[in-house]
Each structure stands twice: as C-alpha cells, then as structure tokens.
Write a protein that binds this ligand. Sequence first.
Ligand code: NZQ
Ligand code: ZN
Length: 388
Amino acid sequence: MLNFNFYNPTQIVFGKGEMKQLDSLVPKNSRVLITYGGGSVKKFGTLDKVMDELKKSNREIFEFGGIEPNPQFETLMKAVKLVRDEKIDFILAVGGGSVMDGTKFIGIASCKDEYIGKEDELLTQGMISVDKTIPFGTVVTLPATGSEMNNGGVISNGKNKLAIFSKKSFPIFSILDPELTFTLPKTQVANGVVDTFVHVVEQYVTYPINAGFQDRAAEGILQTLVEVGKETIENPTNYDARANLVWSATMGLNGLIGAGVPQDWSVHMVGHELTAIFGVDHAKTLAAILPATWKVRKVEKFEKLLQYAERVWDIREGTDEEKIDLAIVKTEEFFHSLDITTKLSDYKIGESDIDTVINSLESHGMVKLSERGDQTLEITRKIIEKAL
Ligand code: NZQ
Ligand code: ZN
C-alpha cells in the first residue's frame, strides 16, 4: 500500500425526511445564499422544504438559481458578485454535482481578493491555495459525483472543462435524502450509476499494490451498483435501491477507496474534453471511453482487470485473457442495460473529430495520463478510435 494522508471533515446526514436537520446545521443569524440549478428544485418542492427549515431561525436568506449542468464560469461569477455585495457568510447548495461544484468555486472566488477581475485564472490551478472560503453545506438531489463529500469541482469556461480542488472546499455537511432523488429523469439516474461505477474503477483497475481493504471496498461498491442499477431506473420510488445508489455514489469518490492506491482518471480527462466540445453528458462520455480504454490498455492493466473479472463478475472459466474480455463485455452490457450506449458515433462523434479532441487534451496538458503517466496522446487517439 502507498503512504497516504486521508482527511474528510464532511458530516453526512442520511435518510428519509432528514431535511428537518437543516435548521440545526445552518448557522443561525447568518446571511445564507441558496444556490440551485435550472429549476427542478422549485418544480419538485425541494426549495420550499429548504426555505421552511431555514426560516425557523433568524437568518437573512438569498437565492441564486440558474447554475447549468456543467456549471459555467460566467454564471458562477454572477453569484460571486452577489456573495461579495451581500456579505454572504454561508452557502447552501441544493442540487446535483453541477450546483455543488459551482458552489465550491463561488466560495473560493469570493474570498480570493487578489484575483478580482481575473478569477478565470483560478480555474487552471488544479489545487487552489486558499486561506478561507465561504463555508457551505449541500442538499443532494442527484447521486453521482460524490461532490457532496469531496473537495473537488469541475467548472466549464467555454470549451474548457477544468477540475479544481482546495483544502477548504469540503462541504461542512451534506443532507442525503434518497427520496429527493425520486423525481430524477431515468437518464440522469443512469448517468449517476455509470459515473459512480467509473469513479470506482479509476481508483481500482490500475495495478496491484496489496491494498486489501480498498480493493474489497471498491468491489463492494461495483457489485452494489450492478445489483441496484437497473432497479433504481425501473422503479424510481424503490427506497432501498435508491438509498444504496446514493450512498455508493458518495463512497465512490470521498477519498476512502482512493487512499493509498494508484489512480488512473484518464477516462475522466478524455471524457471532460468530449463534454466540453460536444456537449455530451459527463457519464455518457465515460461509458464510451472506459471499455475502449480497457481494450487498448489490457496489458498494462492485466492483473487488476483479471481481479475485476473474477471478483466483481465472478468469471471463473477460461484463460485469463478470456476472463478479462468477458468482463469488458459484461461491463458494456451493464451500461446498455441502463440505456447508455458505449459508442461515440451514437452522439455523431466521428473519425474527423478526433484531432479536435487530441488538440484540446494537449492544450490542457493531458499528455501523460493514467496511473503510470504512460498514456500518451497517441494511445489516447487509439482509445477514442476504439470508442467510435
Ligand atoms: O438544473 P436542474 O433544473 O436542477 O436539473 C438538473 C440537471 O438538469 C437535474 N436534476 C438534478 N436533481 C434532480 C434533477 N431533476 C429532477 N429531479 C431531481 N432530484 O439533473 C440534471 C443534471 O444535473 P447535474 O448536477 O449537472 O448532474 P451531475 O450530478 O451528474 O453533475 C455533473 C457535473 O459534475 C461534474 C461533471 O463533470 C459535471 O460537470 N463532476 C464532478 C465531480 C466532483 N465534484 O468530484 C466528479 C465527477 O467525475 C464529475 O466530473
Ligand atoms: Zn465522474
């Protein structure tokens, strides 16, 4: 196992009706900004429930809606202005990954006085050094990104989609009520299952390092997703299935299974370019790039792919290579069962688009990807070709 430093301060409040904890979780006598997306929280009554709770104590409440999926820098900067003008001292993000990620950026940018007027420069820093941010909590309406219990965010600026982190960007608390996710369209539930699945394998299908707990935990999440994935889509109000998806999504990317192990993230880096350029949903890019990556990188990932085949899919017959091949097929079939294609051509992305993606990766410095930093642009090109 590699050395590691694991820190996660987020308080999780999980379960049916747990919105009732909000009044005690959000500081009293505070100036609170509620951030949300394009309106689902209004349509389905979540915002009203939030308001009812917050109004139980003395607070000045402000709202900022309109954060789009793949949150845009320009939109977020309007919220930064509001935070500064109104001296907001707590933010409550109500929504999915885009709202939570956007809120992390709003919190950082609002406190970085030395970047006033050039906040876009914060987006290219990766880990942003901060003394303080605006503290925030979340009410999660979409299980997928793990943003509710991590310190990362992915922000779009035109055709650039950039990941940012800061030591102080963990939510103070996150309320995870699976019932708040019942209203999700099927395609968003499927996105959540696939995004979580790929988060886990980015931290697991690398090379062996004798991290027994992390491997078994990763395999447990993957098997849970396979068990409940289809059910969460077909029966949206099955509480138990949804609860398992919600907690899997959080545990998939809160640092726990990634501590002390090599991590890949090449699928995400390529996926982010595809979203930025072609507007394809985040998870849908991953569903196409993941199997292609495993086909092209079978030798480099051989031992962990074999472990994945045997332990996650219980494939015991055949040669090692046959087991791996079957595991890749089963992974694709799993995504298809959720009605997500594994072919980029289904999004009208073709051979002639590959140069654009490769150039964009190069401009973002994504030239040595994967757990060993040995995935060159040439290899990435082969992966994208395979994913067409
Ligand atoms: O905007 P509204 O109207 O709220 O509708 C949203 C949005 O259209 C809708 N929705 C959310 N909850 C709902 C609901 N509709 C009905 N009922 C509900 N309960 O769902 C749509 C998608 O929302 P979004 O927040 O964009 O989805 P997701 O949670 O999948 O987040 C995707 C973003 O997270 C980033 C992605 O790159 C992308 O920008 N990621 C963040 C990560 C992180 N912070 O660690 C890691 C991930 O790998 C990922 O990159
Ligand atoms: Zn993801």
